[in-house]
Structures are given as C-alpha cells and as structure tokens.
Design a protein around this ligand. Structure first.
Ligand SMILES: O=P(O)(O)O[C@H]1O[C@H](CO)[C@@H](O)[C@H]1O
Length: 298
C-alpha cells in the first residue's frame, strides 16, 4: 500500500477482524506474550532498544498498520523482555496532524488488547504550561482535556463493537490511581521528586504550536502540559478495559507572553528528550517491573 493510501484513512474504524489480523500476525512472529504495552513519545523510543530477546516489526510489515512520518518516531513495534518482563513497545506513534483519523491513531491499542495486553504506559513530549514546570520535568498525567471530543470527534466515533468495550465508557478514572501511587514511590526512591510533577494534559490537533492567546486560554481551564497525542490512545485503552499510566516529558516552556522572539520547535523537543532519556528509561523499567507484580497478583 503506498503512503498516500495509508495516510488518507476513511471514516470507519477497522472492524474487529481486521484488528485481529494485525494481532495474529504479531503473535505468530514472537514467542513473547506481553501484558504490558508502551507507547513511546517523540524522542523517547530508546526504551524499546533496551528490550532483551527482542522481535522487531517495522510498521510497514504489519498488516493494516499505519506508518510513522514524524522525526523522533522510528516506526517499529518491538516485543521483548525488560528486566525479564514481557513488553511490547511502540517505537513511534501516529498523530492526527499526519492525516490519520483519531481511530487510526489509536488502532494499535486495540491490536495490543487482542494480543493480551492489560496495562499500558503512554508517554509523550509536551510543552509545560504550568509556570512552575521546568524543561526536563516529568509530569505524571492525572487527567486530560479531550479538545477533539468537545468538537465532536473521538477515536470511538462510529458503530460500537461490544467485543472491545461499551458504547459509553467512563473517563473519570482514566489514569489509574494505584499506578500513580506506585510510580510516585518509585520516583521518591530514585530521588527524582524535585523533577516530577502531576498534572493535566491537553491534546491539540497540531501541527502548529500554540498562539499566546490559545495558551493563556488553556491555562485558565486547568491545563498543565500541552501536546498533540496521547488522548485518543488513552480513550481507546480505557474503552477496552486496560489500566493506564501516562507521563509527559516537559521539553519546552509554553510561551505565554508577547514580548519574546523565542519559538517552540521540534528540534528542541527531541534534544530535551535525548538529554532526559536515561532517567525516563529507568523510571519506565521500574514501573514495568512493579506493574508485572500487580497483574500477577490480580
Ligand atoms: O506527543 P508526542 O508524540 O511525544 O510528540 C509531541 O512532539 C511533537 C511536537 O514537537 C508533537 O507530535 C507532539 O505531540
């Protein structure tokens, strides 16, 4: 399938059988049976390179999968062991601004579900809007504002298939409280408390960064960090009953004043991700080990 055909998705989410075809393809190509999935944000895909005994699937090779078109998103599914725990890691995600409908941005989450994944870690690079946030901070996401939802779009738009989940899923506990509490203990143990925040994420459509007026409006409604991803994946994960943990790396400070020539840019986003990647990988590794203990108990 050529890039243009893949990018110009239609309005109908893939049916169960199409998602299953992708899941079966991946299951037949690996011995691992992960219960934990990870979606790596811009510049944060290095975690996937840490997996042992890994099987690597370029997105082009997976039936029905979209392809990555953004710098910092390698475009591979990597399945392997992290400290002995089976994990599947998306080294690169899909964004609405690439031309994908929201359901397609989040379609890999359903593939994970049909492969047996019960817990998902979603990461992203984001601009820090809370004035107390510094570049390089890690924000544990406690909630989101679904701007696309306000405008009538959703990755769940279309006929609902109960095999994935209910027509009207709740979103008030989207970010699992126990996983947040567990992550905070790990953060304290790693002496990272001074760089870790907990806040509200908003997804905008992008690819433009925000105007000063837009950012000032978002701050008034309670936003702490601004990005262009994550929400569709979390909505789909919760719809199909997965437990969600998510964090943002604050790669830049949102510009909320007119009297500056500074501008947000993707090079800075990738650069900051690179500088912080070791801490983030260690944090993710420890969260994954603790998560695996949780699902073994439940
Ligand atoms: O959310 P991730 O994929 O980490 O990427 C973030 O970084 C890019 C902008 O620099 C946008 O894609 C934004 O969403």
């Amino acid at each position: 399938m050529c890039l243009e055909e893949t990018v110009m998705g239609d309005d109908t989410p893939y049916p169960f059988e199409v998602i299953k075809e992708s899941a079966d393809y991946l299951l037949s190509g690996t011995q691992h049976r992960p219960k934990i999935g990870v979606i790596c944000g811009s510049g944060l895909g290095g975690l996937a390179d840490q997996l042992d005994e890994r099987d690597v699937f370029p997105y082009e090779s997976i039936p029905n999968f979209p392809v990555s078109t953004v710098a910092g998103h390698a475009g591979r599914m990597v399945i392997g062991l992290l400290s002995g725990v089976p994990v599947m890691c998306m080294q690169g995600r899909f964004h609405a601004y690439e031309g994908y409908p929201l359901w397609k941005c989040a379609m890999p989450v359903r593939v994970m579900k049909l492969m047996g994944v019960s817990h998902i870690i979603v990461t992203n690079a984001a601009g820090g809007l809370n004035p107390e946030y510094k570049i390089g901070d890690i924000m544990i996401i406690k909630d989101h504002i679904n701007m696309q939802g306000f405008a009538g779009d959703s990755p769940l738009r279309g006929r609902n298939d109960e095999r994935f989940g209910p027509r009207f899923p709740a979103m008030n506990n989207a970010y699992d409280k126990n996983l947040i509490a567990m992550a905070k203990k790990i953060v304290a143990d790693m002496n990272l408390t001074n760089v870790v925040q907990e806040g509200v994420y908003v997804m905008l459509g992008g690819p433009t960064y925000e105007t000063v007026a837009e950012l000032n409006m978002l701050r008034i409604i309670g936003v702490d960090a601004v990005g262009m991803s994550t929400v569709p994946e979390v909505v789909v994960a919760r719809h199909c009953g997965m437990k969600v943990f998510a964090f943002s790396l604050i790669t830049n400070q949102c510009i909320t004043q007119y009297d500056t020539d500074a501008q947000a840019n993707h090079e800075e986003v990738i650069e900051v991700a690179n500088i912080r990647k070791k801490d983030l990988q260690n944090l993710a590794r420890r969260i994954i080990v603790n998560m695996s203990e949780e699902y073994q108990e439940s």
